[in-house]
Design a protein around this ligand. Sequence first.
Ligand code: NI
Length: 139
Amino acid sequence: MSGVIRFGVSIDSALLHKFDALIEAKGYTNRSEALRDLIRDSMVQAESELGTKEMIGTITIVYNHHTRELTDTLTDLQHRYFHNIISTTHIHMDKHNCLEVLIARGRGNEIRSIAELLIGARGVKHGKFTLTSTGRDLT
Ligand code: NI
């Protein structure tokens, strides 16, 4: 069942003032949109913890391409998980450093493991993994 429902929330006034200041700083123009985003985010978080639904992961890695065997390791991993890794963008940042952003699709726990292998490869200087929803189940 869909349709918009209005509901009241009891909340401590000091907490609400802090929340209002926070959402204003983030650029929200009303509490409802901020609350909807918080609810969606907690649903995505729950999906990622269950690890059963198809999700989208973004993996960002920074490395020096001169590091021995590192580019081979990263390429091998990407071929091993080609069913999951749907896009890779590589940027040569200077003479030595590379940035790669990979987008992976699959069960949350599956793509988290792939991210850990890539980020944990010897020579990767920095890595970040973000999970999001395919959007299918979010209204
Ligand atoms: Ni490069």
